[in-house]
Design a protein around this ligand. Sequence first.
Ligand code: F6R
Length: 247
Amino acid sequence: MVSKVIAHDLRANPHLVMGLATGRTMERVYRWLVRSHREKKLDFSLCTTFNLDEYVGLPAEDRNSYRYYMNHHLFHKVNIDLRNTYLPDGMAADLEAECRRYEELIHRFNGIDLQLLGIGRDGHIGFNEPLSALRSRTRVKALMPTTLAQNAEFFGGPDRVPRRAITMGVGTVLEARRCLLLATGIQKAEIVARAVEGPITSMISATSLQLHPRCTVIVDEAAASRLSGTDYYRWVFDNEPEWQDYR
Ligand code: F6R
C-alpha cells in the first residue's frame, strides 16, 4: 500500500522530492520499490531524496549508518543518481552548521513532496524524541533510552548505540506536502492509538501529524488493534473514491 502510493506519486511526477526513513518497518517498502523498479520499470532517475536522520559520529561506510542502510536497501538497487540522495552528515565538524545547511538544501529543492515516516515506541518521528518542539527544525537530538534499546540489536547492545543523531525537526516534517506514516506489529499498537487518536502533545511527536493537512497512516491489523475508530476508518477506505486504486 505505501509502496503503491509512492509508485503512483513518482509516476505522476518523476522529479518527486521524497523524504525517506530507515528502520525495520521500511525494509519491506524498499524491497517492494526495488521489485517495482526491476519488474515494472519504476524510474528513480529524476527524483531527489532527503532522509530524516543520521547518527552523529558514524561515517557513511559504517554498516549501522543510515547512509549505508539506504545504499544497501534502495539506492544501489534502483536507478537513482546518488548525487540526488541527501542525508545529514553526522561526521560534520560543525554539526549546527550542518543542520542549517540541510534545511537550506530542502528549501532549495522547494520542499518535500512526499515524506515517509515510521514511528518509534516512544512516538518519535525521525529522531524527534519526547518534548521535541512542534515547530522544531533540523538539529542534533539526544536519543531516549527506549530508542537506544529499540536499536540496540544492530550495534550489539544499547551502550554501543550513538547517543545523538541529527534529525529533521517536527516543523520540517510538517512542511512536507504529503506525509505517510507506516506502522506494523503489535508492539506499535499502543503508540499508534495515542498518536492518531490521542491529544496533540510534544511528548509524542507523531501526534503533531494531526495538524498536517494531508497525512495518511498505514497500519497492519496488529498495529491498528488499539485504535477505537477502526470501523469508520475501514468504511472510508472501502468507500471513498480517493482509495479506489488501492483497494
Ligand atoms: C529512522 C526513523 C525512525 C524510525 C522509527 C521506527 O530513520 O525515522 O523514526 O522510523 O524508529 O523504527 P522501526 O521501523 O525499526 O520500528
